[in-house]
Design a protein around this ligand. Structure first.
Ligand SMILES: Cc1cc2nc3c(=O)[nH]c(=O)nc-3n(C[C@H](O)[C@H](O)[C@H](O)COP(=O)(O)OP(=O)(O)OC[C@H]3O[C@@H](n4cnc5c(N)ncnc54)[C@H](O)[C@@H]3O)c2cc1C
Length: 597
């Protein structure tokens, strides 16, 4: 049975020492989040994930979901009870507004909990995860009546949510979507069409499922400008809030897929289902973007989460598995062989995953705090910077954390040799589950294009310039600190490469957009490497500070500092390769005629 321990201590280091959470006490909800409270909340969340969610991960993968003859879906044994424990613990509404029954706590705590949940059981965690995205979209774009009808039930967890974009002929290119909405004349619409790949589309965990559906109102313009968003409950809701008749929406079949078997991926048939407009007519993509952005960040967290749990299991195995002797002489001469963790190549692998996990976690905490500032600050300038960062970092968090999350799941599997390929160890599941994170919520190539094509130039490049200035200022401020030189110098070099790549796009991609397209993925990873380097430099500074206290944490801080140095020496140099690739442009990529492939 795979192991999992939620990294609460590491998170507390981030919240206490790297991005001190008390600094944000002026924001609503933060005053209640004292260190002790946060630690108690996270310890409770860790317990739920370690003791309830994680033990169901392997069995959920083996059993999968079942569609019953009447079209209802049954989730794997234990999932319903685990979900009920999650809902009863108030986790769904941890950061949701109090007026709808939430706890109003900082959303960064929710982000952290999403990591624990996704590490312990990704397939199970997707049911509440999608619900939280739907809650966010309704809060921002729903009418008062829609908010009153749906939010309290969703926040208490008795109803869940889904997002319905994809159709058989359109995934990335939503402008082609065909699902139609015909006005019923009473303010509602009749929704008809087929949506595919709908996560948590049907299941047995909740009394009702609130589908957010993109559809085209009869007569609306073609393309993305004619798409509207609708709320379509599985069971219609009476005026007094009680449940009424079944709506005309059902699960036609379940997809058979590579991983996340415990999550029901449904073909959803809408046969004149009653739906109500959310937000403005023909502005559905705009409204759905709230949910998509939430979901993109959450998917980035899922990538990190799979890397973390795979790493923990690889470490346990590497300490236990005896094969060969250390290059520098036997380390355990009384045993028939040394544990494989003595071998430099095994260590290289484990260190690279560890260095990514800790920086990735810092990145999601930093982004989570920016999300809180963007949503809660009353200071316009502060809010604008945070919003800029959210826009800039969303594709980076989604694309980089999931690409590397998958790579790391494979690396961790490699530590098991042939045993990693055998299902009972659970490593194969981490690889299979991690793979989807690179695909859904906009495939990663699309994230890269979003970063290069939309986010870099937005508002005259304000967001990226603010980021460059922040990292540059940090490097300058700490240039004189001898103890930080092994972090600052590589960061400065990486930042230089990122600035050169950005400049190269500005000079070479306007007239020739293929140059941007061909370099986009490298740019996204170059960006990710630098921002994680920045996270490491900030962690190193905080660790030096804690170490100086000499209060018994020195070993932990030494480990932090060493891992950060590994990142700077072994991972940061990738920025040079990325820059070199980007600046070759698109010529060799695009020259081959189609028939030559
Ligand atoms: C298990 C699972 C769960 C899912 N859950 C949901 C859900 O809950 N709700 C929902 O609505 N959808 C869901 N999806 C759908 C998912 O979001 C889409 O599969 C994804 O967005 C890609 O769309 P597509 O599969 O049609 O691929 P396509 O759009 O056909 O893309 C194919 C490839 O071409 C590339 N490509 C396409 N256009 C461009 C371009 N302009 N520039 C560069 N590259 C391009 C893409 O990057 C991709 O690699 C789910 C999918 C799966 C498999």
């Amino acid at each position: 049975m795979p192991v999992y321990k939620a990294p609460v201590e590491d998170v507390m280091f981030l919240l206490n020492d790297v991005f001190p959470i008390e600094r944000y006490n002026n924001l609503p909800g933060f005053a209640d989040a004292t260190t002790d409270t946060v630690e108690a909340i996270l310890a409770e969340g860790a317990k739920l994930c370690e003791e309830v969610f994680a033990p169901l991960n392997l069995s959920g993968d083996q059993e999968g979901c079942t569609r019953n003859p009447d079209g209802t879906v049954t989730t794997p044994k234990g999932f319903r009870q685990a979900y009920e424990a999650y809902a009863a613990g108030g986790w769904m509404g941890l950061a949701a507004p109090e007026e709808f029954g939430g706890q109003g706590l900082p959303s960064v705590l929710n982000t952290i909990m999403q990591e624990f949940v996704s590490s312990s059981n990704l397939a199970l965690g997707m049911y509440p995860g999608l619900t939280q995205g739907a809650i966010a979209a309704l809060i921002e774009h729903g009418t008062e009546e829609q908010k009153r009808t749906y939010l309290p039930k969703m926040i208490e967890g008795t109803w869940t949510g889904t997002m319905n974009l994809t159709e058989p002929h359109c995934g990335t290119d939503l402008g082609m979507l065909k699902t139609k909405a015909v006005p019923n004349g009473d303010g509602s619409y009749a929704i008809s069409g087929t949506k595919i790949f709908i996560s948590a589309g049907d299941h047995d965990m909740a009394e009702n499922i609130v589908h957010l559906v993109l559809a085209r109102i009869e007569g609306a313009p073609a393309g993305t400008k004619g798409i509207s968003l609708f709320v379509v409950p599985k069971v219609l809701v009476n005026e007094d809030g009680s449940l009424g008749e079944r709506n005309g929406v059902s699960c036609g079949s379940l997809e058979h897929k590579m991983g996340i078997h415990g999550n029901a991926t449904c073909v959803m048939n809408y046969d004149g289902a009653k739906g109500w407009l959310v937000g403005q007519e023909n502005r559905g993509l705009n409204a759905m973007f709230v949910m998509m952005n939430e979901a993109r960040l959450a998917v980035g967290v899922q990538g990190l989460a799979q890397s973390e749990v795979a790493y923990q299991n690889a470490v346990a195995y590497a300490k236990d598995r005896l094969q060969g002797r250390s290059l520098t002489g036997a380390k355990f001469p009384d045993k028939p062989a040394d544990p494989i963790i003595v071998h430099p190549d095994v260590r290289r692998t484990l260190m690279s995953i560890k260095a990514f996990n800790e920086a990735g976690r810092a990145l999601i905490v930093w982004t989570g705090l920016n999300s809180d500032i963007a949503h809660r600050s009353s200071d316009d300038a502060q809010r604008q910077t945070a919003e800029d960062y959210m826009g800039l970092m969303t594709p980076v968090v989604k694309g980089v954390l999931t690409d590397l999350g998958f790579d790391n799941a494979v690396k961790a599997q490699q530590m098991f040799g042939g045993h990693g390929y055998i299902e009972e160890w659970g490593m194969s599941q981490f690889v299979r589950d991690a793979r989807i994170t690179q695909i859904y919520e906009g495939a990663n190539g699309i994230q890269a294009m979003d970063l290069v094509g939309r986010k870099l130039g937005k508002d005259g490049g304000r967001a990226v310039m603010t980021f460059f200035n922040e990292v540059g200022a940090f490097c300058q401020e700490n240039a004189g600190d001898e103890s930080l030189q092994s972090y600052i110098a590589p960061l400065q070099q990486g930042l230089g490469h990122l600035q050169q790549a950005t400049m190269w796009f500005m000079q070479n991609a306007m007239a020739k957009p293929d140059n941007a397209g061909a370099g986009a993925t490298d740019y996204m990873h170059l960006f990710g490497t630098v921002v994680m380097g920045y996270m490491w430099a900030k962690m190193a500074k905080a660790a030096q500070g804690r170490k100086a206290e000499g209060n018994g944490v020195a070993d932990r801080m030494d480990a932090k500092l060493l891992t950060g140095r590994f990142y700077m020496e072994r991972m940061m140099p990738e920025t040079a390769t990325r820059l070199a690739r980007i600046t070759t442009g698109a010529d060799t990529t695009m020259a081959l005629p189609m028939e030559a492939f």
